[in-house]
Design a protein around this ligand. Structure first.
Ligand code: FUB
Length: 391
C-alpha cells in the first residue's frame, strides 16, 4: 500500500478532526513525497539475527540522504520505540508493524499489529539484534487485536512488558507480561491491568525506586471516551476549544509491577502563564506517545501532538506534575505518527523515534531510526531536532 494520498500528514484518522491546519514544517515532508512512487515490497520479518544479515528492504524512492538518520533495522517494520538500558545493553521495545490490508480509518484500525519483536545492541551504533517474538497476541487471553506501542521495566531481575490492546468489547486496555530476560519471552497476565484504559504506556523508575506509568491517547486511543471517568463508546468528542485539553494520565505501579497502586491522575500540562493547555491548542496539547525521564532533578514529560505531528515536552519538579510546557523536541517526520523515547547511554542522551522511510511514507508501515543525540541547554530545556534537515 503505497498510496501517495495517504502520505501527507493530513491522512490518518482524518475526519472530523482534519480541520486542524497543517503546520509549516510539514511542507518539507510533503515536498519529499512529491516523487512518491508505488511498489516497494514489504520486508519480511527475520529471526533473531543481526540486522546486518536481515533481508534488506527494497530501496525507498525518497533519497536516504535527506534524512537526519537511517532505519535502525530493515528486515521488518518497527515503530514506537521505547528504549532502555538493561544489564549494560540497549533494548528497544516497539510496535511490530504489519500489512493486513485493513483500510485506513479515523480510529487507526489499520494498525493491526499482533506481536512484539524487541531489538537490542551493545551500544549506540553497534549491530542490532532482532529478537524472536517476545509476546504474541495469541497468548494474551484478554486481548483481541491491535497491539500498539509498548514499554518495559526491570525490577529485581525480572522484566515487565506493558502493552495496549483492544479487548473483545473493542476497549483499549493496558496489559502486562513478565519474563526473566529483557528480550523475553514474556508471559501475559490473564487479565488486563485492573483500572487501566487507553494506550501508549510509558513506565518510569524514579530514584527512590517507585515506578510510574504515564499513558493515554486521543481519537483512536479512546481517552475522550473516559471524560466522565467511565467508558462511553458513543462519546468521541473533545472538550470545547476554549476548555482545557484532555490530560494524559499518570499512576504509580504497585510493588508487584502488575497492578496500579492508586487511581490514575491527570498529568496536567500548563502554559507559560500557569493555565492548562487548551483543547484548541493543537500545536501543544497532548495527543499520544507519553514518555517520562529525569535529568538533573527535573522531570520531563514528552509526547506527540498528533494531528500537528510534533514531539513536544513539559517539565516539572515532581513526577505527578503539574508540568509546564517548554517547547518542541522533534519536528514532523515522514508519516502521520510521531513517537519517541529518550534514554541515557554512555553519558550521552539519545532520542529514538520512527518514520515511514522504508515504506515511502505509508503511515502504518514504519521504521525505528538510528537514535540521534539530544542536547540540553544550560537551563535544562532541550534543543529541537529536525528529522528532515535537507529539502
Ligand atoms: O502504533 C500505533 C499507534 O500509533 C501508537 O500507539 C501511537 O503512539 C502511534 O504511534
Amino acid at each position: 500500500m503505497n498510496d501517495c494520498t495517504r502520505t501527507t500528514n493530513a491522512g490518518r484518522r482524518h475526519t472530523p478532526w482534519r480541520a486542524a491546519p497543517l503546520a509549516a514544517p510539514l511542507s518539507a515532508a510533503i515536498a519529499l513525497l512529491a516523487g512518491c512512487s508505488a511498489g516497494t515490497t514489504p520486508p519480511a520479518a527475520s529471526g533473531a539475527t543481526p540486522a546486518a544479515t536481515a533481508a534488506p528492504a527494497v530501496a525507498a524512492a525518497a533519497d536516504p540522504s535527506r534524512y537526519l538518520s537511517q532505519p535502525l533495522v530493515t528486515g521488518l517494520y518497527t515503530a514506537d520505540p521505547s528504549a532502555h538500558v538493561f544489564n549494560g545493553r540497549v533494548y528497544v521495545y516497539g510496535s511490530h508493524d504489519i500489512e493486513t490490508g485493513i483500510p485506513m480509518d479515523d480510529l487507526g484500525t489499520e494498525f493491526a499489529m499482533r506481536d512484539y519483536r524487541p531489538l537490542s545492541m551493545d551500544a549506540i551504533g553497534a549491530p542490532v539484534t532482532v529478537h524472536d517474538v517476545a509476546l504474541d497476541i495469541a497468548n494474551v487471553p484478554w486481548a483481541d487485536k491491535q497491539m500498539w506501542a509498548p514499554d518495559a521495566a526491570e525490577k529485581g531481575g525480572k522484566y515487565y512488558l506493558y502493552f495496549p490492546a483492544k479487548d473483545r468489547q473493542g476497549m483499549f486496555r493496558i496489559g502486562v507480561a513478565s519474563g526473566d530476560r529483557p528480550e523475553g519471552p514474556f508471559k501475559a497476565e490473564p487479565e488486563a491491568i485492573k483500572g487501566s484504559f487507553s494506550i501508549d504506556p510509558a513506565v518510569f523508575r524514579d530514584d527512590d525506586g517507585a515506578y510510574y506509568m504515564a499513558f493515554g491517547g486521543l481519537w483512536g486511543g479512546q481517552l475522550q471516551r473516559w471524560k466522565s471517568g467511565r467508558y462511553d463508546a458513543a462519546d468521541d468528542t473533545q472538550p470545547a476549544d476554549d476548555k482545557p485539553a484532555l490530560s494524559p494520565k499518570i499512576v504509580r505501579l504497585d510493588a508487584a509491577m502488575t497492578g496500579l497502586a492508586e487511581k490514575p491522575r491527570d498529568l496536567v500540562i500548563l502554559d507559560e502563564a500557569g493555565k492548562p493547555l487548551l483543547s484548541k491548542d493543537h500545536d501543544r496539547r497532548f495527543f499520544e506517545a507519553s514518555w517520562l525521564h529525569k535529568y538533573k532533578g527535573n522531570y520531563y514529560f514528552s509526547y506527540s501532538t498528533g494531528d500537528t505531528h510534533y514531539i513536544v515536552y513539559a517539565m516539572s519538579k515532581t513526577p505527578y506534575g503539574p508540568y509546564t510546557y517548554k517547547g518542541r523536541l522533534l519536528d514532523p517526520v515522514l508519516g502521520w505518527t510521531n513517537h519517541h523515547s529518550i534514554v541515557e547511554v554512555g553519558g550521552k542522551w539519545w532520542l529514538f523515534y520512527h518514520d515511514s522511510q522504508l515504506s515511502n511514507g505509508d503511515t502504518h508501515l514504519r521504521n525505528i531510526k538510528q537514535p540521534v543525540e539530544l542536547h540540553y541547554n544550560a537551563d535544562g530545556t532541550m534543543q529541537e531536532i529536525n528529522p528532515l534537515p535537507k529539502p
